[in-house]
Design a protein around this ligand. Structure first.
Ligand code: ADE
Length: 229
């Protein structure tokens, strides 16, 4: 059923997957390095897009230009929902850009005039992602709204604002941009995030220490997901 695109923002999030590709082939598309190959019985293209919404939008566009039929975004995030602990995982129900603000013209917070408020993830990919995440022992799995902005959230007040304003479960910096591009091209997507921190005053410290550990876990879940596809 076609090639699956896998995107991560940072090298820690994609290099583990790239290392495990079979029959791999490297190429450059629109300034992004693409690693194509077989992984767990699927034809995939893995790429690292860089941090933030603009990089994510460009990387997704480049990926979709290669004709991928589905997109999985994998990486880490700051947990905003009170039940989330470092190491837990979130599967997106939908994604929204929390730093969009056209409220002065009467639009809802996060709404880009003329666009949807949020972009829904694909039902089948969500189900596969949740099943895959549940196979990891000791890890809580939560489905919910992933909010993205060009900001590292490290304040309990801001985290609470994201939760009450948008119903966010976690905050990161790329998912909604991937979602917006996929929606435009009508390509199914899902965002899978491991919690590296809880977006509060210790977020910077937790992020640095847990990022490598949880990035590994996110990779395991993507591979488990591919096996189920
Ligand atoms: N990615 C990981 N932790 C994050 C946070 N607290 N804010 C934004 N992006 C993140």
């Amino acid at each position: 059923r076609g090639t699956i695109g896998i995107i991560g923002a940072m090298s820690q999030e994609t290099e583990l997957l790239c290392a495990e590709l079979q029959h791999s082939d490297e190429r450059e598309v629109m300034g992004f390095r693409f690693y194509a190959g077989q992984l767990d019985g699927q034809q995939v293209i893995v790429t690292q897009c860089g941090i933030g919404k603009v990089n994510a939008a460009m990387g997704t566009t480049a990926l979709l230009s290669q004709g991928v039929s589905r997109v999985i975004f994998t990486g880490v995030a700051g947990g905003v929902h009170p039940s989330l602990k470092v190491g837990d995982m979130v599967v997106s129900t939908d994604c929204l850009q929390h730093d969009v603000d056209v409220q002065a013209l009467g639009y809802a917070a996060g709404l880009i005039p003329g666009e949807a408020l949020s972009w829904p993830a694909d039902g089948e990919l969500r189900k596969l992602a949740v099943q895959a995440a549940r196979t990891v022992e000791g890890v809580g799995v939560l489905e919910g709204r992933v909010v993205s902005g060009d900001q590292f959230i490290a304040s309990p007040q801001k985290a609470e604002w994201l939760r009450t304003t948008f119903g966010a479960v976690c905050a990161e910096m790329e998912g909604a941009a991937v979602a917006q591009v996929c929606a435009r091209w009508n390509v199914p997507f899902v965002v899978i995030r491991s919690m590296s921190d809880t977006a509060d005053h210790t977020a910077n410290v937790d992020y640095s220490s847990f990022m490598p550990v949880v990035a590994r876990r996110a990779k395991q879940v993507v591979r488990e997901m591919l096996r189920g596809m």
